[in-house]
Structure formats: C-alpha cells, structure tokens
Design a protein. Structure first.
Lengths: 300, 152
C-alpha cells in the first residue's frame, strides 16, 4: 500500500483578489489520508504572481496596471495519533504592489486545521477537517503611488475577518497512484460589521509515482460563493464573492528521507466556476520540504 | 494714594483684557475656503454611472458660489468604493479615460480626490472648459474606472 500521506503536498496560492490573498494555499487537507502518529511534513515555498488580468465582481474582464505579489508560505502537518492530524498554513510574508505604486509587506492570515480520519482504511480513507483562519494579516496596507503623491491603493495582506473552513475528503489507492476528491465550505464572518458571503469548493486530484523518489500530481478545484457581494468595499478589496477554477500540476522529488523539493505550475480557467473578483495568471512556485518520523516511546 | 493707583491699574488691566479677548473673538472666525460661500448655483449636472461593480452612484454638479468661485459638488446620495484607497476625480472630453501624457493629457483634467461618501465640494482652480463633458472616477494605481457622469 502506498503511503500517500507523505506526498500530499500543499498547493500554492494562485490568485489574488486584490487580495486574494484569501484563497487557501493548502490542498493537503483535501485528501482522505492523515499522518501517522509523530509523523511530520513541512514545506517552505516561494511564488511570484505578476498579472494585469483582473475579473471584476460581476465577471467583467479588465486589463489593469500590472499587479505583483511575492509570497513566502510555511506549511506543516503533524500526526497526533493515527486518526488526528494538525495542519498549519502560515503565509509568513506577502509583498503586494502595482507597477505604479510602492510595495507593501506583511504576513497573511494563518490557518490552523484539525483533521480527523472518519474511515480508517488506508486504501480508501475518508476524513473531515475544521480549519479556523485567523485575521493575522494586515487588513489595510496602503501602497503609495510613485507618480501622484496624493494617490494610494489598499493592498491588504489579510482579509481582516475570522472564517472557518470545513472539508470532507475521500481518497483511493490505485497501484502506483491515487485519486482524491473533496468538498469544502468556508463559513465567513464580518469585517467592520459588513457580512461576507460564504464560499464553497469541490475538487479532485490524481497522483502517480513513476519512479521511487518522484511524485507527480494534477489537481482541479472550483470555488463558488453563496451569493454576490452585497458590499463593494468587501468585494473589491477583500475577496468577497470570489469565484474561480484552479488547475495545477506539481512534481515532488525526494533527495533523501528528510529533504525534498517541489515544483508547481498553477493556472486557471472557467471549467467549473467562472472568474469573478480575482487577479489571475499562470505562474510557478518552488518549495523545500522536510519530513521526519518522531521516535515514540512506548510504555512497558 | 497708592491704593488709588493700584485700583486704577487693576481697572485698566481688566479693560485691556476684555479688549484683547474681544479682538481675539473677532479673529477666530474661520472661513472654509474649500466650501462655497453663500449659495451654490449649478451650471451643469449629471448622475454617476457605475463601472466595474464598484457601487458608484449619485448626483454631481459643477457651478459657482455667491463669490463666483467654481466648485464641483457631489450630492448626498454619492457613493463609491473608498476601501481601495484614493479615488481620483477627472474632467474628461468623453466617458473614457484617455491618457496622453506626451501631449499634456489634453482630454483630461485632474480636479481632486474623493475622500468620503455623501455630500462634498471640491474647489476648482478655474471654470471647467466646455470641452470637458464628463466626470470620471478613476483608480490611478490599478488604472481602472470606478464610474463616470455626463455633465449637461
């Protein structure tokens, strides 16, 4: 049986919905597998998004000044016992700017997730996870124009609200590969008394292991909103009512038992959900991974 | 005699203080030169048409106050998205933002910045030439229009 849990790498943040920023980077919780007790997987990755393609909250395509976002993301999973795994997704650095503005920096919103394996069979596991996302990012970060002193634009590194992701996922081993499907619901709250629309996602993933140290996967997911944004100040800046379809392909290579590297290509289309309120472009990310199995003592 | 001198001094001191305070009160009258003096008379007006789901709307007018100073007025129903940062206000020869910095932007005239929703006046340096038929709400950082209004 394949130990897929070792290879469920987190996907990177693809989009920025002027912020964007608010789309979860992690797809790791979107499989049925959990970590074994004492097993750790961590990843530090870097990505750079640069695009002038923006879709407004009503889906109109626009060409804007070029928007740039650099991200450094820390992701970790740790097995508490055979059924429980804790996951942390921490955007430890975000740098946002337009080509016409100076840069703003900050951390993003940290998500801490607890995952429980409902069906223990490792050939077709099913899990559920609850992931509160804390408003640790900068809810307002104004970037000054380079040309007009009085002009500035808000490019926050967090959405300023507390929200909770709930994910149900199932997986199946297929010889030297696997398949996973998931559904997720993001219960969003408010920012300064203004209520966000909730979001939900469905998606799937296929992975293969052509040679021992190499895993390759392709993923797709769509995101929809429960309604259109009722507050333009949320929709335009804080990712309210953002919808999209994301596809990605990732190669993960293990140098040894502890260290590895990943290379991910991400892009979007309208196969599942159309683009609304989002900056989008195809881009790459690179990551360094570390994993280990903590030695556990057993009582005599 | 000393007592009389002391009382005289006190009396004049009180008078002087009252006089100074009275003068101070006169000079404390503040004139908000950014707001129209007297009544505002509109010469052209229009309504903002929303662009790019920004919720922009409301009445706009250009005109003069009682002293002949030119102003742009946003009505009490004016709203746009201010969470994005600065929204610039341009006069334009059309509803489309046509920047041409190489020729000095002949089709555009930056007149101010929106700082709040609701009624607001922007003092204009001079009368708006008749060729400027539209007002444009513009996000300069992203290069995106938030709305425009034809002024008739």
């Amino acid at each position: 049986m394949l130990q897929h849990t070792r290879y469920m790498l987190p996907s990177l943040k693809l989009f920025l919905s002027i912020l964007v920023l608010f789309i979860s980077t992690s797809l790791s919780s979107q499989s049925g597998w959990t970590k074994n007790k004492g097993e750790f997987f961590g990843k530090l990755d870097f990505s750079r998004l640069s695009t002038d393609k923006y879709y407004s909250p009503n889906g109109t395509a626009l060409i804007t000044n070029v928007f740039n976002q650099n991200s450094l993301n820390l992701y970790a999973e740790y097995g508490l016992d055979p059924r429980w795994t804790v996951l942390v997704n921490a955007p430890i650095w975000r740098q946002n700017s337009f080509e016409t503005t100076h840069k703003v920096n900050g951390i993003g919103d940290v998500r801490i997730e607890l995952k429980y394996k409902l069906i223990k069979n490792n050939n077709y596991p099913v899990s559920i996870s609850i992931g509160p996302e804390l408003p640790t990012g900068r809810a307002n970060a104004f970037a000054q124009s380079k040309t007009v002193a009085q002009e500035r634009i808000n490019l926050p590194t967090g959405d300023g609200e507390f929200n909770v992701w709930t994910t149900l996922a199932a997986s199946k081993s297929l010889g030297k590969g696997y398949v996973s499907v998931f559904g997720a619901y993001n219960f969003r709250t408010t920012y300064k008394g203004l209520a966000f629309e909730d979001l939900y996602q469905i998606g799937g993933e296929i992975g293969v292991n052509p040679i021992k140290p190499l895993w390759i996967n392709v993923k797709i997911r769509g995101q929809w909103a429960t309604g259109e944004s009722k507050h333009p100040e949320l929709g335009f800046v804080r990712g309210d009512g953002t919808t999209y379809t994301l596809i990605s392909s990732e190669a993960f290579y293990r140098f040894n038992k502890q260290w590895g590297a990943s290379f991910t290509y991400l892009s979007g289309n309208d196969w599942l959900a159309p683009f609304k309120n989002i900056y989008i472009a195809s881009f790459f990310s690179i990551g360094l991974t570390h994993e280990f199995q903590r030695k556990l003592t057993t009582k005599a | 005699m000393k007592q009389l001198s002391f009382l005289s001094t006190m009396f004049f001191s009180v008078l002087l203080t009252i006089g100074v305070l009275s003068c101070s009160k006169d000079t404390e009258v503040l004139v908000d030169t950014a707001a129209p003096q007297g009544s505002f008379s509109a010469t052209r007006s229009g309504n903002i048409i929303e662009q790019n789901a920004t919720g922009s709307k409301g009445a706009v007018q250009i005109g003069k106050d009682s002293k002949g100073v030119d102003f742009l007025k946003f009505g009490s129903d004016f709203t746009t998205v201010l969470a994005t940062g600065t929204v610039s206000v341009y006069m334009s020869t059309s509803s489309t933002f046509k920047a041409d910095p190489g020729k000095g932007n002949p089709d555009l005239k930056l007149v101010g910045f929106v700082k709040s929703n609701g009624e607001m006046y922007i003092k204009l340096a001079s009368s708006v030439e008749s060729k400027f038929t539209h007002l444009i709400l513009w996000c300069g950082s992203a290069n995106v229009p938030f709305g425009n209004a034809e002024l008739k």
